[in-house]
Design a protein around this ligand. Sequence first.
Ligand SMILES: Nc1ncnc2c1ncn2[C@@H]1O[C@H](COP(=O)(O)OP(=O)(O)OP(=O)(O)O)[C@@H](O)[C@H]1O
Ligand SMILES: [Mg+2]
Length: 319
Amino acid sequence: MRARAIEVENLTKRFNSGTAAVTAVDHISFSVDRGEIFGILGPNGAGKTTLIKILTTLLKPTSGMARVAGFDLTMERDEVREHIGIVFQEPALDWRLTGRENLDFHARMYGMKRGERNKRIEEVLKLVELEDKADLLVDKYSGGMKRRLELARGFLHHPEILFLDEPTLGLDTHTRRAIWNYIKELRREGVTMVLTTHYMEEADYLCDRVGIMDHGKIIVLDSPRNLKDLIGSDLVSLELSNPDVNIEAFRKLDFVRDIKLYHGYVILKMERAELRIPAIMELAAEEGLEIRAVNLRKPSLEDVFLYFTGRGMGDALST
Ligand SMILES: Nc1ncnc2c1ncn2[C@@H]1O[C@H](COP(=O)(O)OP(=O)(O)OP(=O)(O)O)[C@@H](O)[C@H]1O
Ligand SMILES: [Mg+2]
């Protein structure tokens, strides 16, 4: 039997603050395999942080159960804590200490012996490229540096499972790329990871499987590839100089699955559109059709979100 890293069954969390009750996590079930990068993608308020807090024993569920690293979340809290690492959405570093002191403090809490501690601290500092800033007060760190130190701290004690809540929120593209690389590096070392994000491209690039979360529920769960396949084919739109043409000519291309005329654009549906453009241009030339512009669109996780919720992630942010 293959051991699962995480098993979640009917997990629910209700907050009763005054008169308003919120079901932040609503009967969620899923499991994560060992070595997998599992993503939870959803807009603000979807319940991602609440779910992470429950799985890392920081919050008690209202009902339901979960096993993390083989241990029961409520009955075996200490064992769960020993096997996991957490990278919080809000940096949880001590600003009055240096980077190295922050790491040392954390390593002591995990009972790491001095020799092992020092060796591992050097290793993780190197991994996140903070060796030359190690002895600077965290107060003097930039946002990106804090985030990297936070990440280093998360995997300092060799956790089996690492939880990352919005690991690249608000970072520039360069730092985000660097963090993506560390995450992939950790994966090669066999660390199981659960990360939340509201960046489509992050979920797409990093995750083996993605659960799309909205209003406390996981509405769909699959690999990014399968999720995008659910939405369908690539779309190529052609802007023609003369829109009053017989678009049926494009039926001669056997890879074209569907043709639509939309606001003067010819929209062609097909698979692997990037390989088809030359054939399309050739046919247009043969038919004497003058093409002004070509646009290729691949389905994205954004489209998946739109498809399942009826609204965009951007719209969802304001609801
Ligand atoms: N301690 C709390 N007390 C009451 N309500 C809470 C509490 N924590 C979270 N909530 C509510 O639960 C819902 C989910 O919040 P959560 O922070 O889990 O969302 P999120 O998906 O992490 O959002 P974001 O993308 O903004 O981080 C929200 O409606 C929030 O207001
Ligand atoms: Mg959150």
